[in-house]
Design a binder for this molecule. Structure first.
Ligand code: KIV
Ligand code: NA
Length: 283
């Protein structure tokens, strides 16, 4: 199958074909997402929460992200690869943003980067990165990296002024040269309005059905965590397409039981045909 490029994404958007995006963080998840024919693979800073076990996305570093990006790039052959610029890697200046984006391309072997926010400074950062020759995906609505000033994860754009702001920021990011835009946790009517107003694809998460595409987090989509004492809330907007966590638990318990009961390894998983007399010779 041909690689998904920016051209492919623009063609799909022009034909009103829905874009699919899923996160991946390592070699096996990248192989799975890529093999499923998902168009865009996001190495999200959600890795901080679903892989590293943090409560927010803030602690993940540029170096952490690069390790994940490299592994993902080895597993993906077709999907368009986007990496989140982590908190702290692009806020200081457009120069810092360009440096981080260039590392994502050179070391992480990504096709594009994503950054959160559409205020003046973020738009300047997006513009500088595009100017340096790196494609940028925007992200407005709920911005998890801004949890400190937001005071928690909650839906965004519910008041008229917030809705207007989401639209204004999305347009500013489009003007800065972004090729697509994530809309996170905004009301469906707002997402529909932004999608109508923009001439680049919108990719929704908790933003209703009227976006140009959809994105979900790998672990949430697969139902990876079903341990009552560990699981942090799976977002309400996420559909679980499987209960992979249950399958993993059952397999691990079976293995544990078979080892405890000396049933594993049986003859089938003992490939060496050592005759008893050779064993005696070893003694
Ligand atoms: O980090 C992430 O997984 C994301 C998606 C939810 C869009 O930014
Ligand atoms: Na993210």
């Amino acid at each position: 199958p041909r690689r998904v490029t920016l051209k492919t994404i623009r063609q799909m958007y022009a034909r009103s074909e829905a874009l699919s995006m899923v996160t991946a963080y390592d070699y096996p998840s990248a192989v799975h997402v890529d093999s499923a024919g998902i168009d865009i693979l996001l190495v999200g800073d959600s890795v901080a929460m679903v892989v590293h076990g943090h409560d927010t996305t803030l602690p993940v570093t540029m170096d952490d992200m690069l390790v994940h990006c490299k592994a993902v790039s080895r597993g993906a052959r077709r999907a368009f690869l986007v990496a989140d610029l982590p908190f702290g890697s692009y806020e200081t200046s457009p120069q810092q943003a360009v440096q981080s984006a260039v590392r994502m391309m050179k070391e992480g072997l990504m096709d594009a980067v994503k950054l959160e926010g559409g205020g003046v400074a973020r738009v300047a950062a997006a513009s500088a990165i595009v100017g340096a020759g790196v494609a940028v995906m925007g992200h407005v609505g709920l911005m998890p990296q801004a949890i400190s000033v937001l005071g928690g994860f909650r839906p965004h754009g519910q008041t008229a002024s917030e809705a207007v702001r989401v639209l204004r920021e999305a347009k500013a990011l489009q003007d800065a040269g972004c090729f697509a835009m994530v809309l996170e946790c905004v009301p469906p009517v707002v997402a529909a309005a932004v999608t109508r107003e923009l001439s680049i694809p919108t990719i929704g998460i908790g933003a209703g059905p009227h976006c140009s595409g959809q994105v979900l987090v790998y672990h949430d989509l697969l139902g990876m965590m079903q341990h009552p004492h560990y699981v942090k809330v799976t977002p309400k907007f996420c559909k679980q397409y499987a209960s992979v966590g249950t399958v993993i638990q059952e397999a691990l318990q079976s293995y544990r039981d078979e080892v405890a009961g000396r049933q594993f390894p049986g003859p089938k998983h003992t490939p060496y045909k050592i005759a008893d007399k050779e064993v005696h010779q070893m003694e």
